[in-house]
Design a protein around this ligand. Structure first.
Ligand SMILES: [Zn+2]
Length: 145
């Protein structure tokens, strides 16, 4: 997952808010800054119904998967081509450039999709082989904050 520090900070704050402190030593959810039983402040995060783990990345990924829809990268690339390239004309017939490339050269089309996803780390982020629009994630962070 590649997102800007700013967005990561927001999501991390959200992840903390929506999870509980969990003391692994005592194996229980605890309230407050320190575990009342053993005094540790080295907590795991506990998300009801989802799990317990250290760190917040897994909570953030859960949030994104729950609230955002993965993009259809091929569809997105076809649209991109159609917005940025000229209409293909054959005689008096006109074709959408995205549609043309997708159909006459699927290999080049797929390479283009990969380039689009890899080249724009600010626009797309990958979680479990699915790509998400970073602006969807930003909107989600705004809504949940
Ligand atoms: Zn404890």
């Amino acid at each position: 997952m590649t997102i800007t520090d700013d967005l990561r900070e927001k999501l991390t704050a959200l992840a903390f808010d929506m999870t509980d402190n969990f003391c692994y030593g005592c194996y229980k959810v605890v309230q407050g800054e320190k575990c009342p039983s053993c005094g540790t402040d080295d907590f795991m995060r506990h998300l009801d119904g989802v799990g317990v783990e250290y760190g917040t990345d897994w909570v953030i990924e859960h949030l994104i998967k729950q609230h955002c829809t993965p993009i259809d990268a091929e569809e997105q690339f076809e649209e991109l081509l159609s917005e940025t390239c000229e209409t293909v004309k054959i005689g008096s017939l006109e074709y959408d450039p995205g549609y043309v490339l997708r159909n006459i050269d699927p290999v080049a089309f797929r390479c283009g999709v990969s380039d689009m996803l890899a080249g724009d780390e600010d626009l797309y982020t990958e979680i479990d082989c699915q790509y998400y629009n970073v602006c969807d994630i930003e909107n989600m962070a705004e809504e949940l904050s």
